[in-house]
Write a protein that binds this ligand. Structure first.
Ligand code: FAD
Length: 391
């Protein structure tokens, strides 16, 4: 216990000294996130310093093994780090599909050589990854994917296409599901490959959305040669890795349900916009809604902790991530609805310098219950794998 107290004191002191002032401000929109990668242009000197300093300590991936550049922290230490960052409103130094999705899968399934090659660059934000899962006609029914990888001796030859590949045009590498056997049940002929987006034959095409901005791309593979050393896990057994990675993606998306990025509590936000009377939010119905939201958010935070502890103790199942995904995304949608209600017409430009950021976040939250597997699919998983209901 004494050690943890010392760890907290040291962490607090380090964060105070090293977290730049502009990284202690709440994120105003997605554009404030730092994604890293070969082509990343830092938005400020503070953003650059914050990533470099946190990565040097391994604190972009606090719980990953120190031998690959991670923080090597225990669960209680990582929790303290999170609390101390929240205390000063410190932003997450790096948003990354590598940290939230690929890394955990590599730690479990990759060879030692692959870990040494890929994990440090995920931690320090040098390589930005995108996810090549969905295809036309293979979204919820992902195992129907048809992108083909042929064995050519020393390499695989990839032909096919992906869709909804977020940030494919900005990513350096892709983690990609391919079909390596067409003559077996659909879950059994899938493999998990990694390759550089600059490989000859890879191209992307943006998908435009009505909102004007879009992270989405179509991604095409035309005779792409991928060295066999870039296969992760066993040939034709990639479905197991794909599912494991999805549990991390779902838990990450579920985490949107919690206030992050130095964001204030709903009650505080409402009070700042709508004013108080006798120390309480002036508008009684808004007060009730904000309180109910904060209670739900707190309960959800405790559920995340419980599931995390159970999973570490070997009692939980990957299916629990579907609970987090389903409820967390609903909470985030509710948060954005409340922000809009609090701001009324000002919501189009409240608490932010960048015009319309709030309304964009509100619109964006609608996609939370689709990405990483829709709410309907999560409910099916919860029904079957957690509640044990008949399929
Ligand atoms: C913001 C965002 C980012 C994304 N980023 C990526 C990415 O980076 N990489 C990537 O590979 N993909 C990405 N996706 C794609 C995402 O994974 C798919 O959209 C999702 O899996 C749903 O597939 P689909 O769109 O083909 O819908 P469909 O599978 O066609 O589903 C259509 C509707 O039918 C329902 N449905 C389907 N099957 C069932 C069932 N068995 N029971 C009940 N209802 C069912 C669904 O819930 C949905 O409402 C992203 C999506 C979004 C919204």
């Amino acid at each position: 216990m004494e050690n943890l107290e010392q760890f907290r004191a040291d962490t607090r002191e380090w964060l105070e000294a090293n977290c730049p002032e502009d990284m202690r401000q709440p994120m105003r929109s997605d554009e404030d996130q730092c994604w890293g990668g070969r082509n990343w242009v830092f938005k400020s000197e503070g953003q650059k310093l914050w990533l470099e300093r946190m990565a040097a300590k391994g604190w972009t991936a606090p719980r990953w093994p120190a031998e690959y550049g991670g923080g090597g922290l225990s669960g209680p230490e990582a929790k303290i780090l999170g609390e101390e960052m929240a205390r000063i409103g410190a932003r997450r130094p790096l948003s990354s599909f590598g940290l939230d999705m690929l890394g955990p899968a590599l730690l479990l399934y990759a060879t030692e050589e692959q870990k040494q090659q890929y994990i440090p660059d995920i931690i320090n934000g040098k390589i930005r990854w995108c996810q090549g899962y969905s295809e036309p006609n293979a979204g919820s029914d992902l195992a129907s994917l048809r992108t083909k990888a042929e064995d050519m001796g020393d390499h695989y030859l990839i032909n096919g296409s992906k869709v909804w590949t977020s940030y494919a045009d900005k990513a350096d590498w892709i983690f990609c599901l391919v079909r390596t056997d067409f003559d077996c049940p659909k879950h059994e002929g899938i493999s998990f490959l990694l390759f550089d987006m600059t490989t000859e034959g890879v191209s992307t095409k943006p998908i435009k959305l009505i909102s004007g901005t879009s992270p989405f791309c179509e991604t095409f593979f035309d005779n792409v040669q991928v060295p066999k050393t870039q296969l992760v896990g066993t040939l034709n057994k990639g479905w197991e890795i794909a599912k494991y990675l999805l549990t991390h993606e779902r838990a990450m998306i579920g985490g949107f349900g919690l206030a992050g990025g130095g964001m204030k509590g709903m009650g505080q936000m409402a009070a700042a916009k709508r004013g108080t009377k006798d120390g309480r939010l002036r508008d009684a119905s808004l007060r009730a809604e904000a309180s109910a939201f904060e209670i739900d958010e707190m309960a959800f935070g405790l559920t995340i902790e419980r599931i995390t502890d159970e999973t570490k103790a070997g009692q939980g199942t990957g299916a629990s991530s579907s609970i987090l995904k389903m409820y967390g995304t609903e909470l985030n949608k509710l948060r954005q609805e409340l922000f809009m209600a609090i701001g009324a017409t000002d919501a189009l430009n409240f608490d932010t310098d960048s015009k319309g950021a709030l309304v964009r976040s509100w619109l964006r939250s609608k996609a939370n219950s689709i990405e990483g597997g829709t709410t309907e699919v999560q409910l099916n998983i919860i029904a079957k794998r957690i509640l044990g209901l008949p399929a």
